[in-house]
Write a protein that binds this ligand. Structure first.
Ligand SMILES: [Zn+2]
Length: 79
């Protein structure tokens, strides 16, 4: 499909997993549909997807399934 950013016919649907927030508000959302362009190498969400992510984050207590997740943190800085 056409990339909304560069206009090339190089965009494809993909699924990704992202985490949002931190600490008590942390939620990990799996299977987020994203659009990835192999021409400009950008990935982006549609407006609908962004809205749905907002909804899931607000309702994470009811939408989320408690999973046992190991969260590792970087302790080194980039410098
Ligand atoms: Zn593009």
């Amino acid at each position: 499909m056409k990339c909304e950013l560069c206009g090339a016919q190089a965009a494809v649907d993909k699924k990704t997993t992202k985490s949002f927030g931190r600490g008590d508000s942390l939620v990990i959302i799996e299977n987020i549909p994203i659009i990835h362009c192999s021409s400009c190498h950008e990935s982006y969400l549609t407006a609908d997807t962004a809205r749905e992510i907002d909804r899931i984050r607000k309702n994470r207590r009811s939408r989320g399934k408690a999973k046992r997740v190991l969260v590792a943190s970087f302790t080194k800085s980039a410098a």
